[in-house]
Design a protein around this ligand. Structure first.
Ligand code: NAP
Length: 335
């Protein structure tokens, strides 16, 4: 079997390519001309690299992408911009996705797997303590969140539109925050990182994290599992800690994180004041803390990965505890 992977040189893409090669799958990597192949090659290993071939092209070049997809049964679309302005992210993520789906349809691909993000859910309107699953509504106002979340939601919409138009079987995976060696364990879900200081927002919110290898396995399964065309799967690990527990785990592991704590009842008034000052001062402080965004990312919710387990036949093979230790900055081996 041959598959095509975009974003193969990235954090998740490298693990996915390795996993597919370990299964004996031939992998074609679509990389951009500027991509650095060295760490992908290292991660895959010289023996398995024999079954990898690389096509260098811009994702906007639909003809070349279609030619590269010929003979591939699955396309794993992992590539996306993670930072930048809204227009930059639309150009790197939303526009190419449309072209890639059309190209895949023309090339006779049997399934297109899009890696999206758990961030697309409309958590702002959800009740604290409720369960977030695949039936939860997506954010109706993603432009009020941040350019990245906005682009991922628009990327999904573009994908469904082309799916409707072409009938190409589409599966979407929405990973939580991906942790792993080199990425660390702290994220905006814990709080705001101000230089060396972590401003912990509340603390009782569970962190929707997933270890990079567990995530790669879920994405792989989204391509292989039968009877899941048209489905969406959240990808998160088991035994997720709360923000407070994570910082405690860091302390126990000898990684003291300098942190201050904003109690939950103060978060919204603080965000409202900050946002007012941001507007009043015409942007003296960056507009990162808005009541909408705050209510979206630091809400204490429950997360479930049951659908991925039951329909994809996926299990996070690395426990959260192990994932945590592998992701700490001092962990030498890139397991
Ligand atoms: N990281 C997370 O916590 C997280 C959470 C949820 C979802 N996701 C999603 O998971 C996917 C992979 O994320 P990641 O953490 O592996 O990101 P990453 O390490 O930044 O890798 C991004 C990959 O996409 C490629 N890429 C970026 N812009 C591109 C463009 N305009 N044209 C072609 N290729 C482009 C990069 O190629 P170069 O090597 O050339 O730069 C790289 O291979 C993304 O779709 C992301 O939205 C990530």
């Amino acid at each position: 079997m041959s598959v095509l992977v975009t974003g193969a040189t990235g954090f998740l893409g490298q693990r996915l390519v390795r996993l597919l090669r370990e299964d004996g799958v031939q992998v074609r990597c679509l990389v951009r001309p500027s991509s650095d192949l060295q760490s992908l090659r290292q991660s895959v290993g010289e023996v398995l690299w024999n079954g990898v071939d690389v096509v260098s092209t811009e994702l906007m070049d639909s003809d070349r992408c279609r030619d590269a997809m010929m003979g591939c049964s699955i396309v794993y679309h992992v590539a996306a911009g993670l930072s930048g302005s809204t227009s930059t992210l639309f150009l790197s993520s939303v526009v190419p996705t449309r072209g890639l789906l059309r190209a895949a349809s023309e090339a006779g691909v049997q399934r297109f797997v899009l890696v999206s993000s758990l961030g697309v859910y409309g958590t702002q309107a959800m009740q604290s303590g409720s369960i977030l699953d695949e039936r939860s509504p997506v954010d109706p106002h993603p432009h009020l969140r941040d350019p990245y979340t906005y682009s991922k939601l628009m990327q999904e919409r573009a994908a469904w539109e082309v799916q409707q138009e072409t009938g190409l079987p589409l599966v979407i995976v929405r990973p939580g925050v991906i942790i792993g060696p080199g990425r660390g364990v702290l994220s905006a879900r814990v709080g705001l990182q101000l230089g060396p200081l972590m401003v912990r927002m509340g603390g009782t919110q569970h962190l929707p994290y997933i270890y990079v290898d567990n995530c790669a396995a879920a994405v792989r399964q989204a391509g292989l599992a039968e009877g899941v065309d048209g489905e969406v799967f959240n990808a998160i690990d088991d035994d997720l800690p709360t923000a407070k527990e994570l910082l405690r785990m860091c302390r126990r592991a000898g990684h003291r994180v300098k942190s201050v704590w904003i109690p939950r009842p103060l978060i919204q008034p603080m965000a409202a004041t900050y946002d007012w000052y941001h507007r009043w001062s015409r942007g003296q402080l960056p507009g990162v803390l808005t009541p909408y965004r705050t209510a979206s990312i630091w809400k204490p919710l429950k997360y479930t990965n049951q659908k991925a387990k039951s329909q994809l036949g996926w299990q996070p093979s690395i426990s959260f505890d192990e994932a945590f230790h592998r992701s700490l900055p001092s962990h030498g081996a890139d397991a």
